[in-house]
Design a protein around this ligand. Structure first.
Ligand code: FRU
Length: 538
């Protein structure tokens, strides 16, 4: 029976796969003179943001202005290791395709431009805008070995050129570690708020300002949640809880430890214009992303509508400078939309990649109701390969009434990507512990750092045995979302470039693959696609 299903599916996939080949268009025939090696290097993600060359870390200055989403980022214009920190720059009109722009803020006179944010100064509160409609202001940490303080720069030409404010710094507390200002407009009190990290003290400080130039301290939050290592890159924003409509505030904080590397936590609570209050106990740690490669995530300012959009750096300070890519190092995650939902354990963030990504979906296959039985089961998708895929799979496993039954079942099931004889990356669900996991121990090159290999895990309880896995696979990236974004898990991998196999598997338990959709995703960097878009838009 198993073979019958496997066979049926394989043929069905093959037929669908071939039928969905896009027709050759006149436009495609026109564009033949493009550089076919552009963004094709080993491990180069095809639809995640990477700089053309050199080192990148945190996303910075996320702001929407005049039809463009700006993405600035920590950048070393001179090398593939961390150093000479400046703000690189890209813009997008759709959160999917990015256009590279020249470096926006360059380090000078020994002062590095560390992480920060950007705002639209709509009412020219700073007096730095040429037009009464406002201008862009970036707020960043000016870093020297002895001192970190907060400085600003402004742009009156839609972010194309920047001037550092001559009265810098705008906030100096004479501290060595005091960084990553996130500034936003607080409508209720008509004022600017800044959240900024005291890394060693595991605290976030809140300041207020009328003009972005003078700042008053209001309060501190911490040390709560995860309090080892250092705290960096705070962000504070409000969201409505989907089920109740109640407005709550979310404070997100990145933390970095020598032993376990980089990760992110968040707090849910209230903010009254001066003080953030955590609604949970001090020691509760809420993890934002359960993989090893999601850090320094922050959200966009001034996004139209109610959307709260997050992007994070897909790397880890523990091994980040060793990852085997050249001539660039590091990638940003997909843009994710955040929501708050009620769960039995409390109010929690959910994350989902933005719907705009659907526009790069290409060849598609769908299947449903495939039974994977208890013994050594796998569904080999021989005619579906890919290194740039989106996969949505919904599984249903035998209903489990008690923990004892769950432990007995001890089954696991899921998806293997970059599958070969010697290598695989496994994204699965462990029924006994009710956890979503990702295993990169056999994923390919793991030896460049002794802490890289491993397995990441997140509790994902289900009432009815339904497990939904939404995966984005992109050459050296796996971003996984479990049960509609209840769990996010992001990991980098460096597989043998010859491998592109995909397999659905189950061991030790019977499971039904209720439905599965796989899309091949188009490159956002492909110069052919870029030209086709241009022609189509005319
Ligand atoms: C976080 C971080 C920030 C700092 C920046 C320097 O990854 O350490 O705290 O501003 O990177 O590049």
């Amino acid at each position: 029976m198993k073979n019958f299903y496997a066979c049926l599916c394989t043929s069905l996939f093959f037929i669908l796969w071939s039928c969905t080949q896009p027709p050759e268009t006149a436009v495609e025939q026109e564009v033949t003179t493009v550089d076919s090696t552009y963004y094709q290097e080993l491990y180069r993600p095809a639809y995640h943001f990477t700089p053309q060359e050199n080192w990148m870390n945190d996303p910075n200055g996320l702001v929407y202005f005049d039809g463009e989403y700006h993405l600035f980022y920590q950048y070393n214009p001179q090398g593939i290791q961390w150093g000479n920190m400046s703000w690189g720059h890209a813009v997008s009109t759709d959160l999917v395709h990015w256009e590279h722009l020249p470096v926006a803020l360059e380090m000078e006179e020994g002062i590095m431009i560390f992480s920060g944010s950007a705002v639209v100064d709509q009412n020219n509160t700073s007096g730095l805008c040429d037009s009464p409609e406002g201008c862009l202001i970036a707020i960043y940490t000016a870093h020297t070995d002895a001192l970190q303080n907060q400085a600003i720069a402004y742009s009156n030409d839609r972010g194309r050129t920047w001037t550092k404010y001559e009265g810098n710094p705008v906030l100096d507390e004479n501290m060595k570690d005091f960084r990553d200002p996130k500034v936003f407009w607080y409508e209720e009190d008509q004022k600017w708020i800044m959240a900024v990290a005291l890394p060693q003290e595991h605290k976030i400080r809140f300041y207020e300002s009328q003009n972005l130039l003078e700042w008053n301290m209001m309060s501190e939050f911490g040390a709560q949640g995860f309090v080892d290592g250092i705290w960096e890159c705070p962000d504070l924003f409000a969201l409505e809880v989907a089920e109740t409509g109640e407005k709550k505030w979310v404070l997100i904080v990145s933390y970095n430890t020598d032993d376990n590397g980089s990760s992110m936590q968040y707090f849910v609570g209230d903010f009254d214009g001066s003080t953030f209050t955590n609604e949970n106990t001090d020691d509760l740690v809420l993890t934002l992303d359960h993989g090893r490669d999601f850090y320094a995530g922050v959200t966009w300012n001034h996004v139209p509508g109610e959307r709260r959009l997050l992007i994070g750096w897909m790397n880890n300070w523990q091994y980040g400078e060793k990852i085997p890519t050249t001539p660039w190092r590091s990638a940003q995650s997909l843009v994710r939309e955040l929501d708050l939902h009620e769960f039995p354990e409390g109010t929690r963030l959910t994350q989902k990649p933005v719907d705009e990504l659907q526009k790069i979906r290409g060849k598609h296959v769908h299947d449903e109701n495939v039974l994977l039985q208890e013994d050594d089961n796998y569904l080999s998708l021989e005619n579906i390969q890919g290194k740039q895929l989106e996969i949505i799979a919904e599984f249903a496993y035998e209903a489990i009434d008690t923990q004892a039954e769950a432990e007995q079942l001890a089954g696991e099931f899921g998806i293997k990507v970059f599958k070969g004889d010697q290598q695989e990356t496994v994204i699965g669900y462990d029924a006994a512990t009710q956890s979503l996991f990702m295993d990169r121990t056999q994923s390919g090159d793991t030896i460049f750092h002794d802490t890289f290999s491993g397995r990441t895990l997140a509790l994902m309880p289900t009432d009815d045995g339904t497990v939904k896995i939404h995966l984005f696979v992109d050459h050296s990236v796996v971003e996984a979302f479990g049960n509609d974004g209840y769990v996010a898990m992001t990991n980098r991998i460096f597989p043998d470039p010859a491998l592109d196999g995909v397999e659905i598997y189950s061991v030790g338990g019977t499971v039904v693959l209720k439905s599965m959709d796989i899309w091949e995703l188009q490159s956002i960097w492909n110069p052919v696609a870029a030209e086709i878009r241009e022609v189509e838009e005319q």
